[in-house]
Design a protein around this ligand. Sequence first.
Ligand SMILES: [Zn+2]
Ligand SMILES: [Zn+2]
Length: 345
Amino acid sequence: MKKSFFLFAIVLLTCFTLILPIHAKLNIYFLDVGQGDASIITSPTGKVVLIDSGPSKNLILEHLDNLKIGHIDLVIASHAHADHITGMDEIIAKYQPRAFVDPGIAHTTKTYERMINALIENDVNYYEGTSRKITLGNIELTILPPAEPLISQSELNNNSTVVRLDYKNFSCLYTGDIEKERERELCSRVDSLLDVDILKVPHHGSSSSSTPTFIKTVNPDIAIISCGEENSYDHPHDEALALYYNLDIDIYRTDQHGTILVQTDGSDYTIQTETDAPRAPPVKIEETKKDVSSEYKYAASKKSKVFHYIDCSSVKNISPENLILFKTREEAIASGRRPCKRCNP
Ligand SMILES: [Zn+2]
Ligand SMILES: [Zn+2]
């Protein structure tokens, strides 16, 4: 009797194992789109959310293809700047999302116009980014309240749609390009909703954002910075980086790590990055400093087509594992790189 019950239990268990999806996990991709923001969320029940599309149509469409995204349930545009919504028109036409959320603040650019036209032409349900909760399968997205009245300073950035994602005990906060004024507002109005595991750092790590109060209120384990290598804004700024470092918050950057994948079962999470892949032996910064003056005069990042004088300010932004050094200018040119416009090597 006992034995047959045991057998029955095994059969039952096997059935359940087969029925349950093997990878019942939430995946959050912070896509490497250069200087901009784009993130894809795929839920354990197959729901797909896109938050921002970055600065390049081709790049975002390529990412979606590579990830084999077949449909998108919800698109959120944090705000109307081109580094967040380029290619939205084509994404809307191709994936026909069920719903679309943005802050409802118009912009005068063609990119913005094309996005709005695509929403109309494809009959997508439009929701303004006012306080609301969106439940998609077993994940929940909370749109945090806009400022009232809207903030007039850096209007588009500050009034970005801010989204909190929850899955069981895991949480993540998307902040678009909000700046100090909006951070202050959020801290005073909804501070209890800000405390999360992972923060998408506001405004590409600019010093216009990331106030100490905001970071302490959000209190993340991990800070994700989405920015382009050697971007013209010099994002992320040292002041902002220092605040996260000093609070022992781990920083991941798309300019250094490539696309960053956070995977969670709702209690634990893991982080994988594109640069985890096998690569050439790293050159240690400490070592390079020693022989810099005598031997190496030029430097470049493995991921860039530009080379610099070793003391160019851009070099300090190159992560040790991506740093390549050259003794002569000829060597640097021979590597297929062109001189930096700033330091003119
Ligand atoms: Zn931006
Ligand atoms: Zn912006």
